[in-house]
Design a protein around this ligand. Structure first.
Ligand code: SF4
Ligand code: SF4
Length: 373
């Protein structure tokens, strides 16, 4: 099983799509859900409990998550020292990576670093100076001997030209990430849709950019014999090649669960405090016998459910966006899946000719990549 371990609810950045929108959503209600707004700001349970909980799973993968998990670096290190896990992963804003000793950095399997593209765009969304600091830190981590995967984790919205920004992260003269993943800021907040030109952007810019990127990705494969690790493409294409039907691709609610700062387990890391979805406490539930939570309508009636997987359990359950608004997100999902299906014969030919191999699409599933942006 995969577990996000929420070390803290605090973060030292005030990003436009996260902090900014949480302020705008302050008054928005959560419908009929009972929400606990008083979660401890840092882990309040004994790490020994986590050790005992994980011990019942022969190969747990722990993903450190926040807020900004590296604000609780000592607890993170304590967990790495005391809890046995198959792998440790961190999802971080990247600002504190320089403070983690190489001994610990090098025990991480993957490092997700939030970066939205080039300096101008990243600093626009995340704050002045953030980009430079993050790039310096990932270079330092590499110099310290880290051999694992450094995944650029982009949040994407209207100011983003997806093609240009993914290409920047791929070809950045200072640092190239091993993998790139992106997630649309869509369906997570109650009050943002009516203020955003989302429909225009998704139709005129984002979907077109995705088709261009897919074309580039398969051209590159054919020319260089390398499958670039763009997670949304990697995950969906692997399923298409294997004829695999997928459940929710981030794994939330069925193979990936999250442990709140108070020790209660929830299906997805951003469902913190939603009491209706508490699945028990690490003190008294078995990690392999957690109640499963799956997406409901409209996904269960969607003809591409087994290719998409459902995109997002949180959005599906909380319905922060109206049906009509969310339909635009589904249109983007369809565009991505269709674009990949269009190039599927070319990918098969590349595999058949030995230019690439099916194993080139291998990746650690449920590692915190949503796959479907
Ligand atoms: S395309 Fe939309 S409705 Fe269909 S499965 Fe995906 S998220 Fe659900
Ligand atoms: S895609 Fe949705 S359900 Fe999955 S981890 Fe992200 S917010 Fe949670």
């Amino acid at each position: 099983m995969f577990f996000h371990v929420l070390l803290t609810t605090k973060c030292d950045l005030q990003c436009k799509y996260c902090y900014g929108k949480s302020c705008e959503d302050m008054e928005a209600d959560f419908g009929d859900f009972e929400v606990d707004y008083s979660l401890p700001s840092e882990i309040s349970y004994d790490i020994e409990l986590l050790r005992k909980f994980c011990e019942k799973d022969s190969e747990p993968v722990l993903i450190f998550y926040g807020g900004e998990p590296m604000l609780c670096m000592e607890i993170m290190k304590q967990i790495m020292d005391e809890v046995r896990a198959k792998h440790f992963v961190v999802q971080t804003n990247g600002l504190h990576l320089n403070r983690l000793e190489p001994e610990y950095v090098n025990r991480l399997y993957s490092i997700f670093v939030s970066v939205d593209g080039d300096e101008e765009l990243t600093d626009y969304y995340r704050g002045k100076g953030v980009y430079q600091k993050v790039i310096e830190n990932v270079k330092l981590v590499r110099r310290s001997g880290f051999k694992g995967e450094v995944i650029a984790r982009m949040t994407v919205m209207e100011e983003t030209d997806i093609y240009e920004q993914v290409m920047w992260l791929l070809n950045n003269p200072d640092y190239s990430f091993s993998s790139i993943h992106w997630q649309l800021d869509a369906g997570f907040w109650k009050n943002d849709f009516s203020k955003r030109p989302f429909a225009k952007w998704v139709e005129e810019n984002y979907n077109f950019g995705i088709r261009r990127l897919v074309e580039f990705w398969v051209d590159f494969m054919e020319r260089e014999g390398e499958v670039l690790r763009f997670y949304p493409f990697l995950g969906v294409m692997q399923s298409l090649l294997k004829g695999e039907k997928s459940l929710l691709r981030c794994g939330s609610g069925w193979i990936n669960f999250s442990i709140q700062t108070d020790g209660y387990i929830i299906p997805c890391p951003i469902m913190s405090g939603i009491k209706d979805y508490y699945l028990g406490h690490i003190l008294n539930v078995h990690p392999l016998r957690l109640r499963k939570v799956y997406v409901g309508l409209p996904c269960v009636r969607c003809e591409i459910l087994r290719e998409c997987g459902g995109r997002c359990l949180y959005a599906n359950i909380t319905k922060r966006w109206s049906e009509a608004a969310y339909a635009l997100v589904c249109m983007a999902v369809r565009n991505l899946v269709e674009s990949l299906k269009t190039v599927l014969p070319r990918v098969r030919i590349s595999i058949g000719s030995g230019k690439i191999e099916l194993s080139d699409f291998e990746h650690m599933k449920y590692n915190s990549c949503e796959i479907i942006p």
